[in-house]
Design a protein around this ligand. Structure first.
Ligand SMILES: NC(=O)c1ccc[n+]([C@@H]2O[C@H](COP(=O)([O-])OP(=O)(O)OC[C@H]3O[C@@H](n4cnc5c(N)ncnc54)[C@H](O)[C@@H]3O)[C@@H](O)[C@H]2O)c1
Ligand SMILES: O=P(O)(O)OC[C@H](O)CO
Length: 328
């Protein structure tokens, strides 16, 4: 079989399928839930994860992983912690894998592109990341993303026409690690900004957090092979600004609820949708600790998710010794 598919029918996978199908192209969408496959095919609506969108009739849903294995291009949009299991369960993988999830694999401590390459050595790996609320993309609102191609410009030549649409504008990058790290770290920082909102600490505090959080993203990125220029772009600073300023973000909303005194375990147990920052914070701070990278804001998020009092953690952050704004 040839063609294009999307692995994962959460809000983002569904929105990407809708964008791909907006020029009349056939798109195969893999959903894990049988009930959702039936609903999608019968009503062209994703009642579980993106009920607002009426989907193109050229989108067909399946729960059969084998049907996804021999496509030309596969957008991988599972939650980060499930990507490896889903890729491993496929009998084969397409030549082009475009990773659209935002996180770091906690079990292995690997960036998703490294993990995907180890599972699918014959595939070329690209990363699509940027400021992209799913409901806006599904509604056809203008959106720009970084498309970082591990296969370089020849992969970009193949992928750009498949992914670009009048309302979805990809920008080429060769920096796969940078594109991934921007998306993974901003989710943790969005939780922190939500905590600031929940504690009603004001907009100065939020701006300070975005700037100092960005410094943490740069330090982590530098140690893990990202280029600073990438992190200054759509997939880093761009996404940080979006996610740290809107309750439309699941990560920001989770942080807000934590800042308002919510219990982390209860808040996480209550979710059907994924707030990736909660899964990224422990592995991010572990990796940072192993490399001696100073990430006090990420560490604060990890501690709050572990049950520490948000107000105490903020007081501790503010009591840190004064230091230079530049450097580690
Ligand atoms: N929603 C957005 O606006 C958006 C935008 C950009 C990137 N992302 C990223 O896309 C990824 C998917 O997020 P989403 O918003 O589409 O999901 P979602 O929160 O809308 O839905 C949850 C998804 O997780 C899947 N899931 C649950 N348990 C699973 C398991 N054991 N194995 C495989 N899949 C399982 C569900 O089937 C569903 O597809 C995340 O990494 C997220 O950060 C989301
Ligand atoms: O709702 P969030 O916090 O997962 O953010 C969604 C996207 O990553 C925004 O770019």
């Amino acid at each position: 079989m040839s063609g294009v598919g999307v692995l994962g029918a959460g809000a983002w996978g569904t929105a990407l399928a809708q964008s791909l199908a907006s020029d009349g192209r056939d798109v195969l969408l893999w959903a894990r839930e049988e009930r959702l496959v039936r609903d999608l095919n019968a009503t062209q609506r994703n009642t579980l994860y993106l009920p607002s969108a009426k989907l193109a009739t050229t989108i067909a849903a399946t729960s059969d992983l084998a049907a996804m294995a021999y496509l030309d291009v596969l957008l991988v949009v599972t939650p980060a912690q499930h990507m490896a299991d889903v890729l491993r369960a496929m009998p084969a993988r397409p030549r082009d894998l475009v990773l659209c999830s935002k996180g770091i694999d906690a079990a292995s401590g690997q960036l998703l592109n490294d993990l995907a390459r180890s599972i699918a050595p014959a595939s070329e790996i690209a990363v699509l990341s940027g400021p992209t609320f799913a409901h806006e993309v599904a509604a056809g609102l203008p959106t720009a993303v970084t498309l970082a191609c591990g296969g370089g410009e020849s992969q970009w030549e193949r992928l750009a026409p498949v992914i670009a649409r009048p309302a979805l504008r990809p920008y080429y990058s060769h920096d796969v690690a940078g594109a991934e790290i921007g998306g993974a770290v901003k989710n943790v920082l969005a939780i922190a900004c939500g905590v600031v909102e929940g504690l009603q600490l004001g907009q100065n505090a939020r701006a300070a957090l975005i700037a100092r959080g960005y410094a943490e993203m740069l330090r982590f990125g530098e140690a893990f092979g990202a280029e600073a220029e990438t992190l200054a772009g759509l997939c880093g600073l761009g996404d940080l600004v979006l996610t740290c300023t809107s309750t439309a973000s699941r990560n920001f909303s989770l942080g807000k609820a934590l800042g308002e005194g919510g219990d982390p375990q209860a808040l996480m147990a209550d979710r059907r949708t994924v707030a990736e920052g909660a899964f990224t914070a422990p592995v991010l701070t572990r990796l940072a600790g192993e490399r001696g990278i100073d990430m006090p804001i990420a560490e604060a998020v990890r501690a709050i998710l572990d049950g520490a009092s948000a107000a105490d953690i903020v007081a501790r952050l503010l009591a840190r010794p004064l230091r230079s704004e530049q450097g580690a």
